[in-house]
Design a protein around this ligand. Structure first.
Ligand code: AMP
Ligand code: MG
Length: 390
C-alpha cells in the first residue's frame, strides 16, 4: 500500500496542462485563462460624469452662484467647446466632462430658468467625476491561470478583449462497471441498483470545468469492458468506477492492461476508497476508482479534482486544509488516512457516527471531509483538526 500523498504524486505525473485555444468572450465564463491578457485601452477613456447635472468650475461653486448654460454633453456625445468662468454645460451620466470644467453639480442642487442656473442646494466637495483610467489603464494585466468568473468576463469585455486564450477543456470519460447497475429512470430488477456515483462524478467534473462524458454501463465481462474502453479512447482522462478489487468479477484491471494500461499503482492507504489504479492508456490518463458510492466521490475530491486542475493548467497547489474545532471526542485512527464525512458549522466540526462508504444520505448531508492522518491519536472535543470543504 502507498500513502495518499504518494498516490497523488503518481497521479499528478500522469497529466499535464492541455494546449491553449481561443474562444469568443461569450463562451469564456468558467474557462481557465491560459495566458495573461492586457487591457487595450483606458477605462473610462475620458473623465466622465457620474451624475446628471451641470459641469462647471469647482472654484466657483457656492450657494446662490449663477451660471450660464452654454451647451450639453450626453453619453456618447461630448461638448466640443470649453467651459469658461460663470459658464456651465448641461451634462448626463457617462458623458465626457468638457474642458475647463472640473466639477459636476448634481441637478438636484440647481434651479434652472431658461439658460441660467442658480445653485440652490448644498453641493459639498464631491466632484462627481470619474477620472480617465480610474478603473484600469491600457496595459493593465489580467493574470493567468485563472478560472474566469462572470465579473472577469465583464472586465475582459471592458478591456476590449473579444477573443480569450483559454486552456482546452479536458474530456473525461466516466465508465461505471457492474452487472448489478442500471441507469436512473430505468426499471431495476430485484438484484439491481441504480448507478449513482457516476452521476455524482459527472456533476463534480462539470463544476471543475471539465467536459465529462458518461459512457454506457460496462458489464462484468471482458468483452463489455473492452467495448467501453474503446469508446473512451478519445478522452484525456478515463475514469472507471468499480471492479477494481480482487473479487472474481473485478475485471477492470485485467481489461485495462489488455487495452494497453501501464499501471502505476494499485492500493492506497486511505478510507474510504482503498482499491485504486492508475496509469497511461494510449494518449489518455486512466484512473480506476472504487465502486462504493461514497468512496468514489471522496476519491473524486482527493484525486480527480486536482488532476483536472492540472489538465486545466491551474497547477495542483491545493489550498491548505481548513481548520475546525472538534465538537466531540474522537477515537484513535488506524493506519490509513481517513476522510470522515462531517458537518462544519461556525468553526465547529461534527463527524457523522456512521462512516460506511456506501451511505450517500450521509455524504449528501456532509459539507466537509475531516482528514485524519494515519495513526492519528485519540482527539478531544476542542482540538483543532484539518478538513476539506466539499
Ligand atoms: P465493486 O468495486 O465493483 O466491487 O463495487 C463495490 C460496491 O459499489 C458494490 O456494492 C457495487 O454495487 C457498488 N457500485 C459499483 N459501481 C457503482 C456505481 N456506478 N453506482 C453505485 N454503486 C456502485
Ligand atoms: Mg463491481
Amino acid at each position: 500500500m502507498i500513502t495518499v500523498a504518494q498516490a497523488r504524486a503518481h497521479l499528478f505525473d500522469l497529466v499535464a496542462p492541455l494546449p491553449l485555444e481561443e474562444v469568443p468572450l461569450i463562451s469564456a465564463s468558467g474557462r481557465v485563462l491560459a495566458r495573461e491578457v492586457r487591457a487595450e485601452r483606458d477605462q473610462p477613456p475620458f473623465a466622465a460624469s457620474s451624475m446628471d447635472g451641470y459641469a462647471l468650475k469647482a472654484e466657483e461653486v457656492e450657494r446662490e452662484a449663477m451660471f450660464k448654460v452654454i451647451g450639453e454633453a450626453a453619453a456618447g456625445h461630448r461638448f466640443e467647446g470649453r467651459v469658461g468662468p460663470g459658464q456651465a454645460v448641461r451634462i448626463f451620466t457617462g458623458a465626457p466632462v468638457p474642458e475647463g470644467a472640473d466639477f459636476v453639480l448634481i441637478q438636484e442642487d440647481a434651479s434652472r430658468s431658461s439658460d441660467v442656473i442658480t445653485i440652490t442646494g448644498n453641493p459639498g466637495t464631491k466632484d462627481n467625476i470619474r477620472p480617465a483610467g480610474g478603473d484600469f489603464t491600457a496595459g493593465t494585466v489580467m493574470s493567468a491561470p485563472r478560472r474566469l468568473t462572470p465579473a472577469d468576463v465583464a472586465l475582459l469585455a471592458s478591456m476590449n478583449i473579444a477573443r480569450v486564450p483559454v486552456t482546452r477543456q479536458p474530456v473525461v470519460a466516466i465508465m461505471s462497471t457492474g452487472d448489478e447497475l442500471v441507469m436512473p429512470g430505468e426499471d431495476p430488477g430485484p438484484d439491481q441498483i441504480i448507478a449513482s456515483n457516476s452521476f455524482g462524478l459527472h456533476a463534480m467534473l462539470r463544476d471543475l470545468g471539465a467536459l465529462p462524458r458518461l459512457l454506457p454501463i460496462a458489464r462484468d465481462t471482458m468483452a463489455s469492458l473492452h467495448t467501453a474502453f474503446e469508446l473512451a479512447a478519445e478522452a484525456d482522462l478515463i475514469v472507471t468506477i468499480g471492479g477494481a478489487s480482487v473479487g472474481d468479477h473485478d475485471l477492470v484491471a485485467e481489461a485495462a492492461t489488455q487495452m494497453g494500461l501501464e499501471r502505476s499503482f494499485y492500493k492506497v492507504a486511505m478510507r474510504p476508497g482503498k482499491p485504486l489504479m492508475a496509469g497511461r492508456m494510449g494518449d489518455s490518463a486512466m484512473i480506476g476508482l472504487p465502486g462504493n458510492p461514497v468512496s468514489a466521490m471522496v476519491c473524486g475530491h482527493v484525486f480527480l479534482a486536482p488532476m483536472v486542475r492540472i489538465l486545466l493548467g491551474m497547477g495542483y497547489d491545493q489550498p491548505p486544509l481548513r481548520q475546525a474545532v472538534l465538537s466531540k471526542d474522537l477515537g484513535p485512527n488506524g493506519g490509513r488516512e481517513h476522510y470522515m464525512r462531517a458537518i462544519v458549522d461556525n468553526g465547529a466540526v461534527t463527524v457523522f457516527d456512521n462512516q460506511d462508504s456506501s451511505l450517500l444520505t450521509v455524504l449528501s448531508q456532509a459539507n466537509a471531509l475531516l482528514v485524519r492522518p494515519p495513526d492519528d491519536p485519540a482527539r478531544r472535543a476542542g482540538d483543532s483538526l484539518g478538513y476539506l470543504p466539499i
